[in-house]
Ligand binder design. Structure first.
Ligand SMILES: O=P(O)(O)OC[C@H]1O[C@H](O[C@H]2O[C@H](CO)[C@@H](O)[C@H](O)[C@H]2O)[C@H](O)[C@@H](O)[C@@H]1O
Length: 250
């Protein structure tokens, strides 16, 4: 379903078990704000110690049709979650691997050093937190949200001068290569086994998850928005991270 206007009154989704029993479901899970609560900074998140094994068990229940799709790099996800034997897309889906770690598609180039330096200068000038990524970079302004507009404007300028894309999220703006978006990641996974032919469900909390919701919807499935952010493309809503775990019996 693609809604025409933001809808903060979306209904709760049908029971996950019923859905999964009625047909083959493919599940795409965002990380920050969906599986872990938003924290003051990228490294301040609290990850359940057994998240990796819980996700693997969920993946087994779905016969392997489970993927984590995050704005974080896969290296960063591994730092926080440990070894994870499920499919995963990092850097907004620009880097993708199957459950066994095999690469799916080729990785984009890292950002040029000169561009990284420009972004670092914006961070230093505005007191933002610079997050280096393998295939992009992020500027966080959660500590001083009032600096957001200036930081976003500077980041967008760098993006347009260098044929990059600027992605806004929760108190963050990120620079990525064109084509790095969660919708493309869903489409790419859905073309491969074991995802092909199943019903895609994308769960996420942030603006960057809208591409995932829209793509899931285009492929006959739907999106589930987490939290209270109005969503353009989700069909259902789950209110909290805790309720995501409950819905999935994770
Ligand atoms: O796609 P996601 O898995 O949701 O990742 C999106 C970004 O999440 C991280 O930033 C966000 O979470 C931080 C920790 O809670 C928070 O401090 C920050 O304000 C949020 O924007 C991560 O640092 C980024 O790299 C991800 O792209």
């Amino acid at each position: 379903m693609t809604a025409s206007a933001p809808d903060s009154t979306l209904p709760p989704p049908p029971a996950f078990q019923q859905l999964a029993e009625s047909r083959a479901v493919a599940l795409f899970l965002d990380f920050d704000g969906t599986l872990v609560e938003i924290a003051p900074g990228p490294d301040a998140i609290e990850v359940p110690a057994d998240l990796s094994s819980r996700l693997e068990e969920l993946g087994q229940r779905l016969d392997g049709r489970l993927a984590l799709v995050s704005g974080r790099g896969l290296d960063n996800i591994a730092d926080h979650v440990g070894d994870l034997a499920i499919a995963r897309g990092g850097s907004h889906g620009a880097e993708r691997v199957a459950a066994d770690g095999t690469s799916l598609g080729s990785n984009p180039a890292p950002l040029a050093v000169s561009i990284v330096e420009e972004i670092q200068e914006v961070a230093a000038a505005n007191g933002a937190l610079f997050e280096r990524k393998r295939f992009g970079a992020a500027l966080h302004y959660r500590a001083a949200p009032e600096t957001g507009p200036e930081i976003e404007a500077a980041a967008r300028q760098i993006a347009s001068a260098n044929n990059l894309r600027a992605k806004s999220g929760k108190c963050v703006i990120e620079l990525v290569h064109p084509g790095a978006d969660k919708g493309s990641a869903v489409a790419a996974f859905m073309e491969t086994d074991p995802f092909a032919g199943s019903l895609p469900i994308f769960i996420g909390d942030d603006v960057t998850d809208e591409d995932g919701f829209a793509q899931a919807s285009r492929l006959g499935g739907f999106g589930i928005a987490v939290g209270d952010r109005p969503s353009q493309n989700a069909a259902y809503r789950i209110n909290t991270v805790k309720e995501v775990y409950e819905w999935l019996k994770l």
